[in-house]
Design a protein around this ligand. Structure first.
Ligand code: ATP
Ligand code: MG
Length: 460
């Protein structure tokens, strides 16, 4: 991992022209790539567009100051190092800058050697940090397929199955609710397998209009249909010697299902409008969040294709079925998000964690990841407490007993659930309004007569 000096980008911020030019020239003479800005606004504009390793900023700027810049930089990156330049008089501010995370400060008039040493030290620190990160990822990769987190028995089974099939070319059907990690697993199978140097082509069958899907998958020849101006290979040909990932396979129209079946059986494709078969070597992974076996029974999915795709079934359990994974996942996402946002590492309190372990997670890991991202951005303190969590996650608002927010195959009693919710809301509104029905009705945005009727029906 050797980086040449000219790859190091430094931003110099100083409103005083002569010292800005001097600094820029000094750093350029040491072969760094230097950009300079005269105001805070200009600097922030550069920072949002380019990746700098180091910022050298004057403390006093016409439109802001070095501390503001420091705070803004911390928001976008935890790896940029900021070196603050101060006059003699502002030693106190310099100390504050250090507290807020500046790498170091130097005083005017600037001593060239001193500046060079500070810059070198900052670069060394960055190198160490990125090496640490690299090593940690390597270690994780060996045992957990890169970034797939999970220590629950259910996920251990998934990992075990993955490690048995990862070095094979077998066809795998990955199933699981939305957000359980199907695409993540498909990528891990490819990028840890024999074909990792070859293409991984993902096709979301549900996102492509029906009329285009066939040519998208199998390609077409010029003139095959209106708008086919030239020959175009499809995704299957693009995946030659690699892997194709057919996502949301359950949405594929029946007619196309038969064409796909033929391609899989014969290991050849014919572009739309051509009858010249092209020989293929492609590993097929597919994924579905709908129950394909049930679709087969209802004649919505071809049975023969189902068996072709489902040579090795790999099911990813819903997050609520593996609450043991919630803590390691939160820690993983917090670390990732804090690093991205440049804030110090956050933790989570015991009761907040318990609450999250009891929540039903209808959006599974994707929902957990998004929630962590929001919490990292919105929580000021370094510890996430129960009160910081969105209300739908606190159990008090989880009305109507055991309802998890999703309809499962066991079914739900909708009317009883709705009645339970109405009862809870009306009771609360009456409590707040001290028993006055008119104002309780106003709180609930319904007519007083509707309220009275409902109260009668609910026996309140
Ligand atoms: N075990 C896990 N460890 C870490 N991150 C995970 C895990 N499972 C899922 N994720 C993350 O959750 C998000 C959703 O995962 P992914 O897109 O693979 O789900 P999916 O099952 O394909 O969902 P959908 O059916 O909605 O397409 C991604 O950002 C993914 O990286
Ligand atoms: Mg997906």
């Amino acid at each position: 991992m050797s980086v040449s000096v000219s790859d190091v980008k430094i931003l110099v911020i100083d409103d005083d022209e002569s010292s800005r030019v001097a600094l820029t020239l000094l750093l350029r003479s040491a072969s760094y790539t230097v950009t300079s800005a005269a105001t805070g606004t200009e600097a922030l504009d550069f920072i949002s567009r380019e990746q700098f390793q180091i910022i050298v900023t004057d403390l006093f700027l016409p439109d802001s100051n070095g501390l503001d810049i420091l705070q803004r930089v911390r928001k976008v990156s935890s790896t940029i190092e900021v070196i603050v330049v101060t006059g003699h008089a502002s030693a106190q501010t310099a100390v504050r800058a250090m507290k807020e995370g500046a790498f170091d400060y130097i005083t005017k008039p600037i001593d060239f050697d001193e500046l060079m040493i500070v810059v070198l030290k900052a670069l060394e620190k960055q190198k160490l940090l990125s090496e640490n990160l690299y090593l940690r990822q390597q270690l994780q990769g060996r045992f957990e397929f890169n970034n797939i987190i999970g220590t629950s028995p259910a996920m251990k089974q998934v990992f075990e199955k993955m490690s048995r099939i990862v070095k094979t070319d077998s066809t795998v059907l990955i199933t699981g609710e939305s957000g359980t990690g199907k695409e993540l697993v498909a990528r891990a199978l490819h990028f840890n397998g024999n074909r990792k140097e070859r293409p991984f082509i993902a096709v979301n069958c549900g996102a492509i209009p029906e009329a285009l899907l066939e040519s998208e998958l199998f390609g077409h020849v010029r003139g095959a249909f209106t708008g086919a101006f030239k020959d175009k290979p499809g995704k299957f040909e693009a995946a030659h010697h690699g892997t194709i990932f057919l996502d949301e396979i359950g949405t594929m129209p029946l007619l196309l299902q038969s064409k796909l079946l033929r391609v899989l059986q014969e290991q050849t494709v014919e572009r739309v409008g051509s009858n010249k078969p092209v020989k293929l070597d492609v590993r097929v992974l597919s994924a579905s969040n709908s129950d394909l076996a049930a679709m087969v029974k209802r004649d919505l999915f071809r049975e023969d294709l189902y068996y072709r795709l489902n040579v090795i079934p790999l099911h990813l359990p819903a997050l609520r079925e593996r609450p043991q994974d919630i803590m390691p996942m939160i820690l993983h996402f917090l670390e990732k998000q804090c690093r991205l946002m440049g804030r110090s590492l956050m933790t989570i309190s015991k009761d907040a964690l318990e609450m999250l372990e009891q929540y039903a997670w209808p959006g599974n890991v994707r929902e957990l990841e998004n929630m962590t991202e929001r919490l990292t951005a919105l929580t000021e303190s370094d510890t996430i407490r129960a009160v910081d969590l969105p209300t739908e996650m606190s159990r008090q608002s989880g009305v109507a007993g055991d309802f998890s927010g999703t309809v499962t195959s066991k079914g739900v009693d909708m009317l009883a659930l709705v009645a339970g919710l109405e009862r809870t809301l009306i009771t609360q509104a009456l409590e707040i309004s001290g028993g006055t029905r008119a104002s309780a009705a106003r709180l609930l945005n319904i007519n007083r007569t509707t309220l009275v009727e409902k109260m009668k029906r609910l026996d309140l």
